[in-house]
Write a protein that binds this ligand. Structure first.
Ligand code: SF4
Length: 255
């Protein structure tokens, strides 16, 4: 999904306990949904291979959580952390016909921990399985909010969305955001945009969100600066290899 950098493996505290991390993309392709999608990496990478990213297709890895190797063991080892659906949006309507099978695989593999990010939180609540309570502590669903407009649209829907941990991803951060209230939110991760045509991320926007997190007792992480970063009126061009490092150096994360 999720409209942000290609660095998919961002850490969650729980990941440290998992045996390994794997990616599972049951379907591939997406349709742009909001401003954060403008420079979507799925489109960028697919177009470089002459593939139409707007065509959503079931992948060969669809049944990966249940696939077994020669010894009869699951190919995804017991206790793994699974990044799910990072080359699409799990709740895109094109995948409505496949989603029930995907949920069922998550039910069978309760030993795994799944993590996904969506922009389509408003339709997601009606797409949870009947047995959601049975699996919800093993399926983390974060929601992207890239600017004020999308935060205004998605925040209330996400707050009432019945996940165990509410994680907001402000990435790519495209402007200042004032959250009406962060009650019920556990964590916010913030970052700029990478890749060709990356838009500016301002440090003042990052700090503004951090202040709101501090006031509300919400965990905050400045994940990466993005390629064009503005601080105190100066614009910095930051290579990808340094974007995470520069954010870490700011030392502004809140546990
Ligand atoms: S929702 Fe995510 S995967 Fe889909 S177009 Fe937007 S950024 Fe790309």
């Amino acid at each position: 999904m999720p409209g942000f950098s290609e660095e998919l493996l961002f850490e969650l505290p729980e990941e440290k306990n998992a045996q390994c991390s794997v990616a599972w993309n049951p379907w591939h392709g997406c349709r742009r949904y909001s401003e954060g999608c403008r420079n979507c990496y799925v489109y960028r990478i697919d177009s470089s291979h002459g593939i139409d990213a707007s065509s959503v297709k079931k992948t060969k890895a669809f049944s990966l959580p249940l696939d077994k190797g020669k010894g009869g063991r699951y190919r995804i080892p017991y206790g793994s952390f699974v990044y799910a659906c990072f080359s699409s949006d799990f709740f895109i309507d094109s995948a409505d016909k496949w989603r029930s099978q995907a949920w069922e695989m998550m039910r069978i593999r309760k030993d795994l921990r799944f993590f996904m990010i969506t922009k389509r939180i408003i339709r997601a609540a009606s797409l949870l399985p009947d047995y959601w309570d049975e699996i919800k502590d093993k399926v983390d669903i974060a929601c992207t909010m890239e600017n004020q407009q999308e935060a205004d649209k998605r925040l209330s829907a996400y707050k009432s969305f019945p996940v165990c941990r509410h994680t907001i991803i402000c990435e790519p951060l495209l402007g200042p955001i004032n959250f009406s209230s962060l009650k019920g939110i556990d964590c916010i991760s913030v970052g700029g945009e990478s890749g060709t045509g990356a838009r500016i991320c301002s440090y003042s926007w990052v700090l503004g969100i951090r202040e709101q997190c501090m006031a509300a007792g919400v965990s905050f992480r400045f994940k990466q600066t993005g390629a064009k970063f503005e601080k105190e009126g100066k614009l910095f061009s930051i290579p990808r290899s340094l974007q995470h490092l520069q954010a870490a150096k700011a030392g502004i994360n809140l546990p």
